[in-house]
Design a protein around this ligand. Sequence first.
Ligand code: ZN
Length: 302
Amino acid sequence: MFHHFYDDKHIKGQGAISQNELAQIIEYYQRHHQILPALEWLEKAIQNNLHENEVCLTFDDALLCQYEVALPVLEAFDLSAFWFVYSSVITGGTEKLEIYRKFRTSCFEGIDAFYEDFFGTVNTSPYASQVVTALNEFSPATYLSQFPFYTEADRRFRFVRDHALGVDAYNHILDQMIDAQNIDLNDFSSDLWMNDRQVIALHEKNHVIGLHSHTHPTALAALPAKDQWTEYKTNYDTLNEILNATPETVSHPCNSYNHETIQILQDLKIKIGFRSNMAEPHSSLLEFPREDHANIMGKIAA
Ligand SMILES: [Zn+2]
């Protein structure tokens, strides 16, 4: 499972890898696994006919850095992949999650300077006391323990973002921090996502384009079923219209799903889905495990 890549144009954010590192991962995997073309892996997965050493590559979030940095590497290896696209951003919209990521990467000396500004802004906001109360429940040893590469500061930040604040309050805090730096958002977000033509180009090159919700909520499973339905139905309709092909695959944004999500995906006739960790053996065709590239980098370095 891949997310961010960097080169001279795309900044080196947390967890981002280079073309060389992607090539190393592919070569490392090819020693003991067979990386199948995406369409072939999909066909075998649907028929429950995958060998244990047959794997595939996946890219989440429709990021322009994937298209510009990773795709040429895949082509050099003659490989194809799954690309999970949240559709709001390829139809001219923006999404705050990614803008905030670039903001915290490119507008601060380091991630700790960002965390300092973040907690400073929280402490002088109307949310200060609810955050203090929530942090009593925070346990860095157990929170997100399935993601071993997060630091304690990463866990604390994510806990406050997702559990103490919630989406609206978090966005309010970040918007305030961005305002304080006089950033032009149109210009700032112009190199973040692919456009619809690039997604079509991937589809035409026999890559597989799959669902990833419309607006990428960080906690989709916390939404009422009708809002989850709107997320996935809009995503489905948008990709169907752009590609003239019905999506058959999904990856769960931020690994967030529940039994209602699964029901919705079954109603949409989605055949194969991916989690974003290896924590549990997969229990259905909509919950294939995935290894984060950060863990693979760790294994290569070891
Ligand atoms: Zn995602």
